[in-house]
Design a protein around this ligand. Structure first.
Ligand SMILES: NC(=O)c1ccc[n+]([C@@H]2O[C@H](COP(=O)([O-])OP(=O)(O)OC[C@H]3O[C@@H](n4cnc5c(N)ncnc54)[C@H](O)[C@@H]3O)[C@@H](O)[C@H]2O)c1
Length: 344
């Protein structure tokens, strides 16, 4: 029997998760809850995607509230609040709506676990593979955040360096593709529960015409997973750029111990050879952002730019697909949960 999943929100991340689970042996999305009330539009946006292309096995609307292709039948629900949904046949919820839920309400839902696709300090645990997955306790952790795309890409690299060299301080700049909450052309600022109003003014500016500087919650998200990596240690900003997917993070770290460029490259090469999950990928080819589209490795270290100055300053460039790659990590964490539950 496959584990049954309710997907809450089928936007950019929800669709990437859905598509990666369509032919999974152990998990099936049996229901989607969306505030979009137009089932035909939901089907259309699953079938056709400007970033990842058309779905081969297309869905059609079936029996009013269901969508169906040759292998999958999914119920479409239209509730504003997740706690109004009848969950009797659901094992897990993946929440990709971006809604800031009351965690106490989520804890009471009649499912085994709820996975949030955003960093959340109030979740029972925030998990990034390669950093803290061993801390997952399936007996006590029910509301599980799979952190943010940037933190998922960055923190494994920071941990690798910190374990060997001890980070004293540093700075990161996240070069991030545009997102659905931005404006196509200049308009009113876009509200956000996580950013001060002043910082949102820039998000009212045209996403296609600008490089938009902004605060980033990347380091805060890292601190929920690994408290020693925080804003006292590392400064940060983001630059939103007019590309569809694939981000890059420019990283500069000062360390207690001395390093050499070749040594840093070797540390990452050894990690890639010995890892349990697709996390670190080392690149030396002359690639550009779109070459990393659909890549499941989410900490891609571009050694064309790896460098060490005065033995104390390490520079890294990290690539990641913020949609497909991140979504694949949410699924890996869900799978890790079920393996751990079975073993306990
Ligand atoms: N896009 C990225 O690069 C990225 C990467 C990692 C994590 N995230 C996080 O994933 C979440 C979703 O981001 P996204 O980019 O997919 O956004 P999106 O706007 O593309 O999708 C959100 C979807 O949720 C639906 N929705 C909104 N409120 C809802 C509700 N109350 N109930 C059910 N559905 C609802 C919307 O209609 C929309 O289809 C956010 O928390 C975001 O921070 C996004």
């Amino acid at each position: 029997m496959k584990h049954k999943i309710l997907l809450n929100g089928v936007g950019r991340i929800g669709k990437a998760i859905l598509k990666q689970l369509l032919d999974d042996e152990n998990f099936e999305v049996v229901a989607i809850n969306e505030i979009n009330p137009y089932i035909k539009n939901i089907v259309y946006s699953i079938n056709h995607d400007s970033t990842y292309g058309n779905l081969e096995d297309k869905f059609k609307v079936k029996d009013e509230n269901f969508i169906k292709n040759s292998q999958n039948k999914i119920q479409i629900l239209n509730y504003k609040n997740i706690n109004e949904i009848d969950l009797k046949d659901i094992d897990f919820i993946i929440d990709a709506s971006g809604v800031k839920h009351d965690i106490k309400i989520l804890e009471k839902l009649d499912v085994k676990a709820i996975f949030l696709t955003h960093a959340n300090q109030n979740a029972n645990i925030n998990i990034i593979l390669g950093v803290n997955e061993k801390e997952l306790n399936t007996n006590i952790h029910k509301v599980i955040s799979t952190s943010s795309c940037n933190a998922t890409a960055l923190l494994p690299a920071l941990k690798i360096i910190d374990d060997k060299k001890h980070i004293i301080c540093g700075d990161i700049a996240a070069i991030h593709p545009l997102l659905n909450h931005q404006r196509v052309l200049d308009g009113n600022f876009v509200g956000s529960a996580t950013r001060d109003v002043d910082y949102n003014f820039e998000f009212g500016r045209s996403a296609t015409q600008n490089i938009i500087p902004n605060n980033t919650t990347t380091i805060k998200a890292c601190s929920y997973v690994m408290p020693s990596i925080n804003h006292d240690l590392i400064s940060s900003n983001s630059l939103r750029v007019p590309t569809d997917t694939v981000g890059a993070i420019n990283v500069c770290l000062f360390t207690q111990k001395d390093s050499y460029k070749e040594e840093i490259i070797k540390i990452f090469e050894e990690y890639e050879e010995n890892q349990n999950y697709p996390i670190v990928l080392n690149n030396t080819e002359p690639l550009v952002s779109s070459d990393f589209k659909k890549e499941k490795f989410t900490t891609i270290i571009d050694h064309r730019y790896t460098d060490v100055k005065n033995k104390k300053m390490i520079k890294l460039l990290v690539w990641y697909d913020n949609e497909w790659g991140y979504a694949s990590k949410t699924i890996e964490i869900l799978k890790y949960y079920t393996h751990k539950k079975r073993a306990s």
